[in-house]
Design a protein around this ligand. Structure first.
Ligand code: SF4
Ligand code: SF4
Length: 142
């Protein structure tokens, strides 16, 4: 069973994504492109697009719940990695976007996947291909 996060991304379109400025490229060790962030407070920034009532991270490409992909995967902030599949944040984001919570079997299977949540994911193109394949599998079922 595929990692349910692949193609989902609805948590990237549900919350304000805020983190310490030192994770941005303004800091020598930072990875998040500074130009994709906005200042929130003295030491805190947020991903652009996530501070509105209808948040959507500027780095999120594709359609949430279908073929979404993080365009800066591998350079994204630590708070993104902290959202665990099946967590309260995950459940609330999925319900907000009309998706059912993941059942326990999906979560167990996902963590047994070669690319479990929290592990490095394939490059964005591979993720889109995987999502498209999974979608085709769903439609092929009788
Ligand atoms: S953590 Fe949950 S809401 Fe976020 S991408 Fe994964 S399955 Fe979707
Ligand atoms: S940086 Fe990437 S993982 Fe984090 S909210 Fe934006 S699109 Fe999602």
């Amino acid at each position: 069973m595929a990692n349910a996060c692949i193609g989902c991304g609805v948590c990237c379109a549900s919350y304000r994504i805020a983190f310490h400025w030192s994770e941005t490229t303004a800091c020598e060790s930072g990875t998040v492109p500074l130009e994709l962030t906005e200042t929130l407070r003295l030491h805190e920034v947020a991903m652009k697009g996530t501070s509105s009532n209808t948040p959507r991270c500027i780095a999120l490409a594709g359609t949430p719940g279908i073929d979404a992909v993080c365009a800066i995967h591998g350079r994204h902030p630590s708070c993104c990695r902290a959202v665990a599949m099946g967590s309260d944040q995950c459940v609330r984001a999925r319900l907000r976007h009309g998706l059912p919570p993941l059942d326990q079997a999906m979560i167990v299977a996902a963590y047994a996947d070669p690319n479990p949540p929290g592990a490095p994911l394939p490059d964005p193109l591979a993720m889109l291909v995987t999502a498209a394949t999974a979608s085709a599998d769903v439609h092929a079922r009788p």
